[in-house]
Ligand binder design. Structure first.
Ligand SMILES: Nc1ncnc2c1ncn2[C@@H]1O[C@H](COP(=O)(O)O)[C@@H](O)[C@H]1OP(=O)(O)O
Ligand SMILES: [Mg+2]
Ligand SMILES: [Mg+2]
Ligand SMILES: [Mg+2]
Length: 326
């Protein structure tokens, strides 16, 4: 099967990164470090990026990674304690880890988009991670402008949202043309997911960010209502929203920009893995004007605004409702 080795490397490294995040959370070391743009990062984000970049470098030495994080902050002397902590957690999974190597692995994620590259969000939804809620470790392979493989680890997401107290910890895997699957992190139990072809009565609701600054919630809700959704939206952090639509637990994920931030552009690592999981599960993804998402032009999706991700059967109605309001 095409992309088999890439898939195995991606799955193995995302599982290791997920374990690192869970461990850091259990050890109560998940604390926010402020980045220059005032957004939070933690030792888990940095450790997860180190593990995944190391695995890609070992298996595919030529491959470029376009990742969210870099090691600039961590190279400063006042961060030596955090660097030591990260190195110790990474060493649990990669025996040859040292502080210098960890810094270099993290900085392997500073590549530029090209004909073939990976894009990585080591923790998508860092604010959710800090709250003890949902987050995702998201890795995708892009070739010739197309997402070929997406792996998304969601350590705190229930296997089934209808059983919120049930087993948690899921990995979503999709390969172009080969479908999407869900793997239970605890047992390895695997099942195909195809829940995004048609909406139904029980999932006729939208899913949205917990953080109200991350999307124009009033406009998103107005569109959901315009297509007939009356149920309360499901609030979930991170790209897990794509997975929830893919599983058929919600039918719509809108991410619409605030008019106050006309220059805001989405990052490719926040969408590539989620988009292929949803499409391979039968769903549709585009920007708010119906344009395909551009993953290979730049790390920021300069030519796209907003996101529509939905079950296939309601996509046209959502797009039409949006064009009426914007
Ligand atoms: N001001 C912002 N507007 C939109 N998205 C943001 C903003 N700040 C951070 N994000 C990113 O939004 C995503 C989380 O969105 P949500 O709230 O829907 O879970 C993350 O990718 C987060 O980055 P990060 O990867 O650093 O967590
Ligand atoms: Mg971030
Ligand atoms: Mg993100
Ligand atoms: Mg992130």
């Amino acid at each position: 099967m095409p992309y088999e080795l890439e898939k195995q490397v991606a799955i193995a490294s995302v599982i290791q990164a997920a374990k690192l995040c869970v461990q850091i959370q259990q050890d109560r070391l998940a604390a926010a470090i402020e980045k220059p743009d005032f957004s939070p990062v933690t030792i888990a984000d940095l450790g997860a990026q180190a593990i995944i970049c190391q695995a890609i470098a070992a298996a595919f030495p030529q491959d470029v990674v376009v990742g969210e994080e870099d090691a600039k902050l961590l190279r400063q002397p006042q961060m030596s304690e955090q660097l030591e902590q990260i190195t110790a957690y990474v060493r649990i999974h990669v025996s040859e880890a040292s502080a210098d190597r960890v810094l270099d692995w993290i900085d392997r994620g500073n590549g530029k988009v090209g004909d073939r590259f990976w894009t990585l969000d080591p923790i998508d939804g860092t604010k959710g991670f800090l709250r003890g809620d949902r987050y995702a470790i998201a890795l995708a392979l892009i070739e010739n402008g197309e997402v070929k493989l997406g792996v998304m680890g969601c350590p705190t997401l229930p296997l089934d949202l209808n059983q919120p107290q049930g087993e948690r910890g899921v990995l979503f895997v999709a390969v172009k043309g080969q479908g999407a699957t869900q793997i239970a992190l605890k047992t390895g139990a695997t099942q195909p997911i195809l829940g995004a072809r048609t909406a139904n009565k029980s999932n006729f609701r939208s899913t949205e960010s917990v953080e109200s600054r991350h999307g124009n919630l009033p406009l998103q809700r107005a569109i959901a209502q315009a297509v007939g959704m009356t149920a309360e939206p499901l609030s979930i952090d991170s790209m897990a929203k794509y997975a929830v639509v893919a599983r058929g637990e919600a039918a719509l994920y809108l991410r619409l920009p605030w008019a106050e931030y006309p220059d805001y552009r989405e990052n490719i690592w926040d969408h590539a893995a989620g988009a292929i999981v949803l499409e391979e599960a039968g769903g549709r993804v585009s920007d708010m004007y119906g344009k395909p998402l551009e993953f290979a032009t730049n790390a920021k999706m300069l030519n796209n605004r907003g996101i529509i991700a939905s079950s296939s059967d309601i996509y046209d109605a959502v797009l039409a409702a949006l064009q009426e309001k914007v």
